[in-house]
Ligand binder design. Structure first.
Ligand code: PLP
Length: 340
């Protein structure tokens, strides 16, 4: 598929590596029924550009290109108190010479501490222009529009990016990722049987679904919910995949069965630690020296581990895990991650 008709900025000057994880796979197999488990590979989207990058970097390549094309001088976006998306959007804005403002949703009352470590530290280091804090459950689109309206009243040109950068334009980042992977797997002579990805605001999962359909890639995708179980998550992903497919002009209705997610790994709540997450973070750090974060990738990997132990993957099936980044929040949860 030709994506060159969509304006794009480049924030990563290379393809992110796809690597085998032999020591992790052996440790996982030892805990699976019969001592046999999948061969797990990893796509290192934690190595994407932008202070440090993650999956939002790919979406922002297309979103920032649109902001610049429209003549914006300020980007406005939103997220949770330790938002990776806010950090990476701010980093992209700095790089492009634009201002950046956030609306932070305090899902846990009183949880936003501007002096906190992790992403909050980076918000200040990168020089965020203004932060508006609103209570959990607020209409975030309306709150961002208020900020944008105030900017317009001052003669500025805001560009509003939805939470997680997950709209049709942002989803193109993961269509581009699907194409990158397709070429890499071909070059490596590697056939993957399943791919496991995180599923939150759904631009990553939905963009990959559209990108797989558009490029005729038939690797089954499993989204691990980071804040919702399948009954709530799958319709969101389907909607995002359809919006991306429409923007691409694929002329298809995304089949309902192209979207599969699993729940049960994000509880008790979005961003609140659980034991399986701590086990996953420690296991990957101690077998492959690859850090995962507590809010997203730790729970997503806990999903892969849980599915493997349930016998979801045939022994020796090749499973590709997408590392979506999120490393700064590790530092906001140090004590939890070192608990035995
Ligand atoms: C935002 C995020 C996700 C979830 O991706 P969505 O596109 O929002 O579904 C997963 N991992 C990390 C580290 C993230 O920051």
């Amino acid at each position: 598929m030709d994506l060159t008709r969509f304006p794009r900025r480049r924030y990563t000057p290379f393809d992110t590596p796809i690597e085998p994880m032999p020591r992790f796979s052996a440790a996982l197999a030892a805990s699976c029924p019969g001592g046999r488990g999948p061969q797990v590979w990893i796509k290192r989207d934690d190595m994407l550009g932008l202070f440090p990058g993650g999956n939002k970097t790919r979406k922002l390549e297309f979103l920032m290109a649109e902001a610049l094309a429209l003549g914006a001088d300020t980007v406005v976006t939103c997220g949770a108190p330790q938002s990776n998306h806010c950090r990476i959007t701010l980093a992209a804005a700095v790089k492009e010479g634009l201002h950046c403002r956030f609306v932070i949703e305090e899902r846990v009352p009183g949880s936003y501490d501007p002096q906190a470590s992790g992403n909050n530290f980076m918000f200040r280091l990168l020089g965020v222009e203004a932060v508006t804090v609103v209570p959990g459950g607020s209409n975030m689109a309306a709150e961002m529009q208020k900020v944008a309206d105030a900017l317009v009243a001052e003669g500025r040109k805001p560009y509003v990016i939805p939470g997680g950068g997950s709209n049709a334009v942002g989803g193109l980042g993961y269509v581009a990722c699907a194409q990158e992977m397709q070429q890499q797997l071909f070059d490596m002579g590697l056939r993957i049987d399943h791919m496991v990805v995180g599923s939150g605001s759904s631009g990553t999962h939905g963009g990959l679904v559209a990108g797989f359909l558009g490029n005729h890639i038939d690797i089954p995708l499993i989204g691990v919910g980071v804040s919702r179980d399948p009954a709530d998550q799958e319709p969101l992903v389907l909607k995002e995949a359809q919006a991306v497919a429409d923007l691409l002009g694929l002329g298809i209705t995304v089949p309902r069965e192209a979207v599969r997610s699993v729940g049960g790994f994000w509880q008790p709540k979005y961003s609140v630690p659980n034991e399986a997450m701590v086990e996953a973070v420690q296991m990957l750090a101690r077998t492959e020296a690859i850090p995962l974060d507590p809010v997203y990738t730790g729970k997503i990997m806990a999903g892969l581990i849980g599915l493997a132990r349930r016998g979801e993957f045939a022994p020796d099936a090749k499973v590709l895990f997408l590392h979506t980044g999120g490393l700064p929040s590790v530092h906001a949860y140090e004590a939890t991650l070192l608990k035995s």
